[in-house]
Design a protein around this ligand. Sequence first.
Ligand code: MG
Length: 478
Amino acid sequence: MNKASVRLTTSMLILAGMALMSLLISAANGAERRPNFVIIYADDLGYGDLGCFGHPTIRTPHLDRMAGEGLRFTQFYSASPVCTPSRAALMTGRLPIRSGMCSDKRRVLFPNSGGGIPADEVTLAEALKAQGYATGCFGKWHLGHLPQFLPTNNGFDTYYGIPYSNDMDRLNDVGPQGRAAFWAPKIEYWNVPLMRGTEIIERPADQTTITRRYTDQAIEFMHSHKDEPFLVYLPHSMVHIPLFRSDEFAGKSARGLYGDCLEEVDWSVGQVLQALRDLQLDEQTLVFFSSDNGPWLSYNEQGGSAGLLKDGKGTTFEGGMREPTIAWWPGHIEPGRVTQELGSTMDIFTTCVTLAGGDVPADRVIDGVDLSPVLFDAGPSNRKSVLYYRGTQLMAVRLGPWKAHYFTQTSYRKEGNPREAHDPPLLYHLDHDPSERFNLNEDHPEVLAQIDALVAEHRQHLDPPRSQLEIPLAGAGD
Ligand code: MG
């Protein structure tokens, strides 16, 4: 070998060494960087309302693309058929009965409520903050509007949104009374506050631009925290009545006002995912899209559709609690998969905490399971059962494909909706009969015995605290 060849070989070795070092460094950096999490939560969205879940006229191209690039869940549940308990479960990974965030008297928190998320609950934001995450909440909170209950006192660095539902604080001397106000809603009918941190910055909130503003705030937060792991919780106040959308979406959907509002939520999803791509964070960010409960059917065309599922919001039939859910994480989740495995919004808590390198709290019962095997196509779901609570009452239980109803009751807004007890429970095979039409309880006593045993086991580890939803605001009447 002559001198020139030696020099060339040496330089090649040095270059190869440098390339290897840089590969090792980037691998080490990759290992250090924990995934970001974005949770987009719609309000009162029906299982059948998205294009990718079969709606014939509502256009949801961004959610459809998200599903095409990610994983669509066909059997994913919220932990309650109404707002406050459902959100408490998402934030804590626990059934609302364990945190006191449910009630049979007042089903959600109201502006005259004095309770909220208890200080000793560990929220997803608190658990991720402990792992060094930046945390932002942009949208409807509904876990207590007094300062101690607001997001910035429960693990979020930043909060921008409305503290409870957008139909609360109805001004009784403005506009048509009763349900008529919802058919042609105007901003000034509801004196809902918009908050930043713990301060009210606008009242009534201009709900026509609120979907757009939550989105802008969330994207701004992602930009300013692009160099550290973050949690963005984006609970839209749409498509809960009263329905509002910006001028750009007015009159655009074939599905009317509800469709306009949902198409704007879909736009929002597109903006968030594009921002992640632009920031080159798409392969470092796990995004979930789901809803807090099913469609509010008693509001006619202003409510959504549960598709082939029975009933809707407020009930423990499938339409009340099965949610159109999508998980997206390019490079980690295989594109275009559909899973029939079970999942729950409570599992989002456990999955995110685990992927962040943390441990879920060990000093309490956590109902969420790690969904990683389903997300990464590595095996069956860790979730085998679903408990359907209405307030503090366990109404129904799903075990594998079977669902037993101990009690049934239709939407709480409907007239004449008494609670019916069933002994033996009604039994449906949801894989064969997702619409819950054909009761098979006489044919399968062995399944009912298994479900009874599951209920007995569940009750052994249940110690419900005082209901937060029944605490009145000091000085306020109930
Ligand atoms: Mg809701």
